[in-house]
Design a protein around this ligand. Structure first.
Ligand SMILES: [Zn+2]
Length: 273
């Protein structure tokens, strides 16, 4: 089983680096004002705030053109992206930052913790597979300051573990009938960077794994109507969506968020020796 998963991952990395068009995903709506613009391997989410566009994550350098095509496919203009928000600094999420910033002049947001971590050897791991493009961070998230843009508000929560500065997002959007919906995105749940071997290799604090586990439990208290993952496979996203790319309603399920957190928490707990 582990072998099958790693073979699959290796193949996806090869495609993402050398033939990214194989990972093309038609964009779809995950919530009012929120759209999936990533590929079949790694996510990126476009938010139409009503006062400019924001994008969460950028995929890899080699595949950022697919993100821009997806934005255009939805009828939006990549020049209108005002803010780029990063879940964490790994190159599969940040590899397209510079191009999107060059096109749009957008402000680049990341946690202070990952901005300090991003130039350390541990973050160069995927650098052999993908072009690692250094980027500048313009603004740090502040969990005490909700980002209010247009009709959308975004609350950030620092959730270390996968990286020291992984950030999760709680995006409140207007419901189409009345009221609001909360979209929850955990910024990074991959156990690959929470093993003892990894922590030892890079001199990182093993406490990061327990912090991840504790935070998964803590985050369950936040009500989330629509749970979206940073990699679609992590939350079985593609199996939960509608045939109609504009119909987000199959994703509305308040039980999915705690279920997802439990699954990811248990993966990390299995690494405890
Ligand atoms: Zn990562």
């Amino acid at each position: 089983m582990a072998d099958a998963i790693s073979k699959n991952a290796t193949q996806l990395w090869d495609y993402a680096a050398n033939s990214p068009w194989r990972l093309t995903q038609k964009p779809f709506r995950v919530a009012p004002r929120v759209y999936y613009v990533g590929n079949t391997w790694v996510g990126a989410y476009l938010i139409d705030t009503g006062d400019g566009l924001a994008i969460i994550d950028t995929t890899v350098f080699e595949g950022v053109y697919l993100v821009l095509e997806a934005v255009r496919d939805l009828g939006y203009d990549p020049h209108d992206i005002k803010n780029i928000l990063l879940t964490h600094c790994h190159v599969d999420h940040s590899g397209g930052v510079n191009q999107i910033k060059a096109i749009s002049g957008a402000t680049v947001w990341q946690s202070k913790e990952d901005t300090e971590f991003m130039n350390q050897p541990a973050n160069q791991e995927l650098g052999n597979l993908f072009k690692n493009v250094p980027y500048l961070v313009d603004a740090y998230f502040d969990d005490n300051k909700t980002l209010n843009w247009g009709e959308v508000s975004i609350r950030t929560v620092l959730t270390p573990g996968h990286t020291p500065g992984t950030t999760s997002f709680f995006i409140t959007v207007p419901d189409e009938k009345d009221g609001t919906l909360v979209v929850g995105l955990h910024g990074g749940v991959g156990p690959n960077t929470m093993t003892d071997e990894y922590f030892e290799k890079f001199g990182l604090d093993k406490g990061l794994r327990q912090r991840f586990i504790d935070d998964c439990e803590r985050l369950k208290a936040i009500h989330v109507d629509i749970s979206i993952p940073s990699h679609p496979a992590h939350g079985d996203l593609m199996s939960r969506i509608s045939q109609n790319p504009m119909d987000y309603t199959p994703l509305v399920d308040a039980q999915e968020w705690p279920r997802f957190l439990d699954i990811r928490k248990n993966f990390a707990a299995q690494l405890v020796k």
